[in-house]
Ligand binder design. Structure first.
Ligand SMILES: *C/C=C(C)/C=C/C=C(C)/C=C/C1=C(C)CCCC1(C)C
Length: 235
């Protein structure tokens, strides 16, 4: 079988981050899956979900890398399919770690519902109705703030206060990912959809894909490592 390899210019940083992203997600998945057998039974599901998140991303990065290299375009479709699968799984992580303190399944559905609204409206603004990107971005942002609220002051925060110190510490770290790490995405969105919007001054600031790729590496692998650290506590 012949493999055809497209050349990559040395200054093609977008392609570079797609390649690095693919490899990082693959390596993280191998790590989480192999560590399962060294994990205390009560944390296995959480580590498994961490591995699923990076594995789903690895497969999508494999396609996004190829799509971007062969067309030079932004793989919006694969990007959102990846997010619509992985972000709800991150909500599952919140549910799993607060479950011992009494989290109800209802909390999980609220978080998943908000994340789906956040992503579907984002997709509309990026791919379906670009002329109204600001409006879709606003709807998406409201759903995002709701998730931040739940983790910072709402149900997740309350359950965390009733949990062990190590769970509290983990929820605190995950909150930082949601507030700081996830805020990378609206920035990428605004840069990528700036044309003709009130924030048109942001056009050309950076590459939306590089911003999203950095965001994904930080958030998916970082989130998984916080859960991993939690699973290694000695309580
Ligand atoms: C692994 C992927 C993750 C954690 C993706 C997270 C994505 C977001 C938090 C996206 C948020 C957006 C807004 C808040 C407004 C503009 C549209 C989005 C979808 C980029």
């Amino acid at each position: 079988m012949l493999l055809s390899v497209l050349p990559i210019a040395t200054d093609n940083y977008v392609a570079f981050t797609f390649f690095i992203g693919t490899m990082a997600m693959m390596a993280a998945s191998v790590f989480f899956f192999f560590e399962l057998s060294n994990t205390k039974p009560e944390w296995r599901t959480s580590i498994l979900v961490s591995g699923l998140i990076t594995f789903i991303a690895a497969v999508h990065y494999y396609y996004m890398r190829d799509y971007n290299l062969s067309t030079g375009e932004s793989p919006i479709f694969f990007r959102y399919v990846d997010w619509i699968l992985t972000v709800p799984l991150m909500c599952v992580e919140f549910y799993l770690i607060t479950k011992k303190a009494g989290a109800k399944i209802n909390l999980l559905w609220k978080l998943i519902f908000a994340s789906v609204i956040m992503l579907v409206t984002g997709y509309f603004g990026e791919a379906v109705d670009k002329g109204h990107a600001a409006m879709w971005g606003l709807f998406s942002g409201l759903a995002y703030f709701y998730i931040v609220y739940e983790v910072w002051m709402g149900d997740v925060a309350k359950l965390s206060k009733a949990s062990s110190p190590s769970v509290q510490k983990a929820v605190n770290s995950l909150l930082k990912f949601v507030v700081i790490g996830w805020a990378i995405y609206p920035l990428g969105y605004m840069i990528g959809t700036a044309d003709g919007q009130w924030y048109s001054f942001m056009a050309g600031w950076a590459s939306m894909d590089i911003i999203y790729n950095i965001g994904d590496a930080v958030n998916k692998i970082g989130f998984g490592l916080v859960i991993y650290a939690l699973s290694r506590n000695n309580e």
